[in-house]
Design a protein around this ligand. Structure first.
Ligand code: NAI
Length: 467
């Protein structure tokens, strides 16, 4: 049996939640080991957010080129070499991986490549190419993440892909079906449509982006329609029949088959506790195999925490970072405040982009609030006109005061150009529990897209410049 190495903290999983916890703890003076079985950066950096956004940027350049004439620029040559986009994406990913590895050294985090398995007394066995190592931690954080869900009849292989495979393509499929119109489905549909694919989204529920405020979802649906994306809701897929061409025919109940070159299955992600061991511990899994935690991310085993996609909280990298900070502060005895998951920022990078914080109109009303709502379209915003990106709106939901005026800002919901970058003002307003009157006093630069948030809030005071 190898010698047991001691650490203050052992983190299993090197995605955003895991490396976030390791680096944050190291910066607080703890001696940390970070165990990763594949590549540091996890899904977000290697198979998720970062590569997907790199392709969405290629799609954005393609749109600019298509509309260059409107700006007086004559483009003589068009055409997309997707292999170049793939290499560019990979260079970005590789550079960021290198940066994270550099940080492990700079922060003196012991990085171990291998599968980490938790046993009793916070013992972690790491099995890697170089053999087995045994570690023991005062604390352990589990951050093993999630993997794409699949559906029966659509096993991955050939034209059937999840986000993992589609991000590795080096050609653009001419015809594509996206099963599941959630965040991942809409991002891929948007990118590949802008790159020239003929895209159909098959969504099981009555609308795509089911978690989204209806006014925002309507803008996305309309914009997708303009691109030529076909959206079929209430669709029940019944398997597929591969074709000799390499493509396949997708069977949808009550509809004609759809022949395509690629199928993207984006029906959600499931937690991945599969390799964590956990024998001899009090770490419990829920019936959907999430690790069970309390509001401080503590599991049932003393000194063991779980964070990120492994627990049943919004599956967002930045939520993983927040949980990393929470868990480390808690184990340091700093009495942190639990995360209010109803107010985290959400961002979907399809075109047009979507971003929000706080409840939407329906959720606010369902929670019993009497609300006042203001909506302003980007169409009326000078910067949006200059960009040629006028689809979208800002919607602010505020509590109604007893005298009928608008009070505390509950939710800020945006769809349109660069709203993922514009949300921060709205996020702060929601989380600072600021009132309409307070935020209306702040000045936004002119001309800017962010003015629309300022104007929407101003209009809730009962006076406004526009509308
Ligand atoms: P999701 O849960 O957001 O959406 C899955 C969609 O598939 C839902 O609309 C669901 O109704 C539909 N669906 C499920 N089974 C189906 C079936 N058999 N046939 C047709 N439709 C079906 O999951 P998604 O998009 O895969 O994303 C996974 C996670 O990753 C989400 O929690 C999301 O928040 C996160 N994510 C966030 C992003 C962002 O913030 N930009 C980007 C990508 C993912």
């Amino acid at each position: 049996m190898p010698d047991t190495q001691q650490f203050d903290l052992i983190v299993i999983g090197g995605g955003p939640a895991g490396y976030g916890a390791a680096f944050y703890a190291a910066s607080a003076g703890l001696q940390v080991a970070l165990v990763e079985r594949d590549i540091i950066g996890g899904t977000c950096l290697n198979r998720g957010c970062i590569p997907a956004k790199a392709f969405l940027e290629t799609a954005s350049v393609a749109r600019h080129v298509q509309h260059a004439k409107d700006f007086g620029i004559e483009v003589t040559q068009t055409g997309i070499e997707f292999g170049v986009a793939q290499n560019r994406k990979q260079r970005i990913v590789d550079g960021l991986v290198k940066g994270l590895m550099g940080l492990t050294r700079a922060k003196k985090v012991t990085y171990l490549l291998g599968v980490g398995s938790l046993g009793a007394n916070r013992t972690v066995t790491v099995t890697g190419a170089e053999g087995v190592q045994v570690l023991q931690g005062r604390y352990v954080i589990l951050a093993a993440g999630s993997v794409p869900r699949t559906i029966p009849g659509f096993e991955v292989g050939g034209p059937i892909m999840t986000s993992d495979e589609i991000l590795m393509l080096d050609t653009i499929p001419a015809r594509m079906v996206v099963i599941g119109g959630g965040a991942i489905g809409c991002e891929f549909a948007s990118a590949f449509s802008d790159l020239g694919s003929q895209v159909t989204i098959l969504e099981g529920l009555p609308k795509v982006l089911p978690g989204l405020d209806t006014d925002l979802a309507n803008v996305v649906v309309k914009s997708f329609g303009k691109k030529g994306i076909k959206i079929l809701t209430g669709a029940k897929v019944n398997g597929h029949t591969p074709q000799p061409t390499g493509g396949t025919r997708v069977h949808v109940e009550g509809m004609e088959d759809i022949e395509v070159d690629a199928v993207v299955v984006s029906v959600g992600r499931r937690p991945f506790p599969d390799l964590l061991g956990l024998e001899g511990t009090q770490v419990q899994l829920t019936d959907r195999r999430f690790v069970q935690v309390d509001p401080y991310c503590r599991t049932g085993e003393a000194g063991v925490y779980a964070i990120g996609d492994l627990i049943n909280t919004p599956q967002l990298a930045h939520v993983g970072y927040a949980e990393a900070v929470l868990a480390v502060k808690d184990l340091l005895g700093e009495d942190p405040k639990p995360i209010d998951y109803s107010r985290v920022p959400w961002a979907i990078y399809c075109h047009p982009e979507v971003a929000w914080a706080g409840p939407d109109e329906e959720q606010a009303r369902a929670a019993g609030f009497d609300v006042v709502v203001a909506k302003h379209p980007f169409r009326a915003n000078s910067r949006a006109q200059i960009l040629g990106e006028i689809d979208g709106l800002v919607k602010v939901i505020a509590k109604k005061n007893a005298d009928g005026t608008a009070g505390q800002i509950l939710g800020v919901h945006m769809v349109g150009p660069w709203v993922t970058e514009q949300l921060s003002g709205g996020y702060l307003a929601v989380n600072w529990e600021a009132t309409v009157a307070e935020v209306a006093e702040f000045i936004q630069p002119h001309p800017s897209l962010s003015e629309l948030f300022g104007e929407t809030v101003l209009s809730l005071t009962g006076r406004s410049f526009n509308g």
